[in-house]
Design a protein around this ligand. Structure first.
Ligand code: GDP
Length: 400
């Protein structure tokens, strides 16, 4: 799939909240998070920098440029079409490992859904369980990608029935965790039903992936994949890469089952924000109101040698635009937004404004630290920040 989109087209999508999805990938170390991300970047439409005055959804990056982006980006906005309709999928970098600085929780605030990657040979491991539990506590909806299925065939030499049994066991284990840790109202709804397409099976290394609905639509069975790997037929694998590309399996799943920001903030705000949801501000946050007061939560601060500090975060309400005066709640400072854009590794696509529901990259409020809440001056005395931080001595930040 080759897409060429202008920034105007992308912005039109970003203004239509039903066409936005904010997601992350979580996995136990070595289960394939990086390889999966790489394969999404290599194949999906990426929203591009300006080139010779023109703006393109990028397809022109070489492998090395794309790789750099995976390493450096706090967020990458992908373009995906499902049943003829375009979507912007913000893929937020979530640390796979567990730490005690609040980084995981912070990045989970940015996303409404997560692709849980599980190595088919290793199964569910401690970090899968810990991060999935945290995600569920933040009301992030999980989807599953069972990766490295080639290993079941090439290394373990399992028979088709045994392979299917293995899939059933992994799904059962993940569903047990969902049943245990999801809030009561989501237990049933979020249980993974593979027949509906909530689970993908594949090999990130070969960029192959399939779900049950995709299998029906394309007439390719899991047995065909097993056969291709058992025989070691390189041509058959190449065919599968074309017919059942991993990005299609994963991004279709995201579009169909990850709630859009409006659906998500309605039930997530009462859980992740400690303010009063019956106030106008509370309503603006739950409704993702682009005309409401600005509330921007900073998940990531990075230093860009060409531009200075870049704050990446989620706009929960209001609209971010350059020239805007904003208040940094934790550092109690007024600063000016100098530039807003989409930040993708080495590239920053500058735009005039970004509305609520999206992930934005901002220059200007350089006193912010990860975890800061940036708001409209008019609500500076009433806002309850998403996170309270205590500054010991600059620039060390600890969480209260
Ligand atoms: P991360 O730690 O979760 O980011 O894992 P990586 O993406 O770095 O993958 C860990 C290792 O597993 C690397 O050596 C990958 O090449 C390998 N790997 C990833 N996906 C697959 C797969 O589908 N099949 C096989 N056999 N190896 C894979």
């Amino acid at each position: 799939m080759r897409y060429v989109k202008t920034v105007d087209q992308i912005l039109r999508i970003m203004n239509n909240i039903e066409q936005i999805r904010n997601v992350g990938i979580i996995a136990h170390v070595d289960h394939g998070k990086t390889t999966t991300t790489d394969s999404l970047l290599a194949a999906a439409g990426i929203i591009s920098p300006r080139l010779a005055g023109q703006v393109l959804a990028m397809d022109f990056l070489d492998v090395e440029q794309r790789r750099q982006m995976t390493v450096k980006a706090a967020n990458i906005s992908l373009y995906h079409e499902y049943e003829g309709k375009p979507y912007v999928i913000n893929l937020v970098d979530t640390p796979g490992h567990v730490d005690f600085t609040g980084k995981v929780t912070r990045s989970l605030r940015m996303i409404d859904g997560a692709i849980v990657v599980v190595d088919a040979v290793e199964g569910v491991m401690t970090q899968t369980e810990t991060v999935l539990r945290q995600a569920l506590e933040e009301r992030v909806r999980p989807l599953l990608f069972i990766n490295k299925i080639d290993r079941l065939i090439k290394e373990l030499r399992l028979k088709p029935d045994e392979i299917k049994q293995r899939f059933i066991e992994i799904i059962k284990e993940v569903n047990n965790l969902i049943e245990t840790y999801a809030d009561p109202e989501f237990k049933k709804k979020w249980i993974l039903d593979p027949s509906q397409g909530m689970v993908a099976f594949g090999s990130a290394k070969d960029a192959i992936g399939i779900t049950v609905p995709m299998s029906r639509k394309k007439g390719i069975k899991i047995d065909d994949i097993i056969e291709a790997y058992s025989s070691g037929d390189k041509e058959a694998i190449e065919e599968l890469k074309k017919k059942i590309p991993l990005h299609e399996a994963l991004l279709d799943m995201v579009v169909r089952f990850v709630p859009n920001p409006k659906e998500a903030q309605m039930y997530r705000i009462p859980k992740i924000w400690k303010g009063d949801i019956s106030t106008d501000l509370g309503k603006a946050l739950m409704e993702v109101d682009p005309d409401g007061p600005l509330v921007f939560f900073v998940c990531d601060m990075r230093w860009d040698p060409h531009a200075g500090f870049v704050a990446t975060g989620r706009i929960f309400s209001g609209t971010l635009y350059s020239g805007q005066e904003v208040y940094l709640v934790n550092s109690k400072a007024v600063q000016k937004v100098l530039q807003v854009g989409l930040y993708m590794g080495p590239y920053r696509e500058v735009v005039d404004r970004i509305p609520a529901g999206n992930i934005a990259a901002v220059l200007g409020p350089d006193l912010a630290r990860s975890g800061e809440t940036i708001v409209d001056l008019k609500i500076k005395d009433v806002i309850v920040p998403f996170e309270r931080m205590r500054y010991i001595s600059e620039p060390v930040v600890t969480m209260a």
